[in-house]
Design a protein. Structure first.
Ligand SMILES: [Zn+2]
Length: 423
């Protein structure tokens, strides 16, 4: 990628920042003014470059450089354009900007691909707004549950359906499951995304090739019940202390996690919310109830199952020993997604050719790529080094790393799409 396309990318990032800065961070609210602005900026740029512009019923954006053989399965790249409230400028948007920068380079050089190459601006990836994962990519494949359209947005309490319609979408077509993308018509999907953890910064690599996207197994509303009692009048042997029981569970599961890791499993285990009932708990009472959440993530379905088994075995043993009971509530989660081996290798080769340092790594966070992979589309993800984590205003990606990532992405897209020079 030559210099002008980095300038184009910088200009797009600047426009995005200007139109979605909320005074503290970046807010591109899902099916609201922030996300709309992001889509408008990308659409305008694509029109300027002469790309075809299409939108589906859910308002995903498809920016296409037509190929010589338009009936061949298309090469697709892109990412999402929404953000969490007070998030950063690069989460999601980097993948769309990179795709546009690649196509801009080809257009200016008069190159034409054999197949269509499509940059997608995907809607509604962040579940901070609606409690549904991957709204846009699921809708593109006709997979979004009709019931999900009735979910309220966290801030406005208005439904996904209403928000989508306000922005110009057609929720009734989304509910009917009319697909815009069919797996057979997609040659591959490659998503560039900033890394949202510290692995690349710590390892000193500019780029990461994602080996797989973690699935999850979650209890969002679990409880342990003991018995409320007077803190001074109840001897140790007569207590059923819900806090003590949950503390034991959390502590023993740290050991179980370490043991699974020692056996070669990769996973995370998080008790993100732990709270007594503020109406009943008191400093002078033995706590009788603790509510908590469990979030287990892994790339491997067996690992998710093993950790879940350890969770229940350990909880049952604690319940027997301490006279408490566990109530798990509903289970939710998502399937892990494997990345395509040939595309992973192609990304490694392309990074080497771009003289960028690169490593393999799993993705602990979920991404739209999981939807594509689980539909059987050969899928890959390329992470770009980013400091200070993500989902906060301090995301920091160096443009030199972004350029290395965009060159790497461009090389693989070109190979895959059969890019050729002017005749
Ligand atoms: Zn993201």
């Amino acid at each position: 990628m030559t210099e002008p396309y980095i300038l184009l990318a910088e200009r797009l990032f600047e426009q995005l920042r200007a139109r979605s800065h909320d005074g503290v961070g970046i807010t591109r609210d899902t099916y609201g003014p922030g996300e709309q602005a992001g889509h408008a900026i990308m659409e305008e740029c694509a029109r300027h470059l002469g790309l075809e512009v299409r939108k589906d019923a859910a308002l995903n954006l498809y920016l296409t450089l037509p190929g010589r053989q338009r009936d061949l399965p298309a090469v697709v790249t892109g990412s999402h354009l929404d953000s969490v409230p007070r998030g950063g400028n690069f989460d999601g948007a980097a993948g769309v900007v990179a795709g546009i920068a690649v196509l801009a380079g080809w257009v200016r050089a008069g190159m034409t691909p054999e197949r269509d190459v499509v940059v997608m601006g995907i809607r509604a990836e962040e579940s901070a707004w609606f409690p549904v994962s991957y709204v846009g990519s699921k809708a593109a494949f006709g997979l979004l549950d009709a019931a999900a359209l009735q979910s309220p947005r966290a801030d406005t309490r208005r439904s996904l359906s209403d928000h989508m319609r306000d922005c110009g979408g057609q929720p009734e077509l989304v509910a009917a499951g009319v697909p815009t993308l069919r797996a057979a018509a997609v040659d591959c999907f490659i998503e560039l995304h900033i890394e949202q953890g510290p692995v690349l910064i710590d390892g000193g690599q500019a780029l990461g090739v994602v080996s797989g996207i973690c699935g999850s197994h979650r209890y969002r509303d679990a409880r342990v019940r003991g018995r409320y009692a007077h803190s001074g009048a109840t001897p140790r042997g007569h207590r059923a202390d819900a806090v003590v029981a949950l503390a034991a569970l959390i502590d023993r599961l740290q050991d179980a996690w370490a043991e699974l890791e020692a056996d070669g499993h990769e996973l995370t285990l998080t008790f993100g919310q732990v709270y007594t009932d503020p109406k009943q708990a008191d400093f002078s009472k033995v706590p009788g109830l603790v509510s908590f959440t469990v979030d287990i993530r892994s790339r491997d379905t067996d690992t998710l199952r093993l950790m879940d088994e350890r969770l229940h075995e350990t909880a049952n043993a604690i319940a027997d020993a301490q006279g408490v009971s566990f109530d798990w509530g509903p289970v939710s989660g998502s399937q892990p997604a494997l990345m395509d081996a040939a595309l992973r290798q192609a990304l490694h080769d392309a990074a080497a050719a771009a003289q960028a340092s690169v490593r393999d790594m799993p993705s602990g966070a979920g991404h739209d790529s999981a939807t594509f992979a689980n539909q059987g589309v050969p899928t890959a993800m390329l992470f770009v080094r980013n400091a200070n984590g993500s989902h906060n205003p301090d995301e920091a990606m160096a443009m030199t790393d972004f350029a290395a990532g965009t060159r790497t992405l461009g090389r693989v897209l070109a190979e895959r799409a059969g890019l050729r020079g002017p005749d």
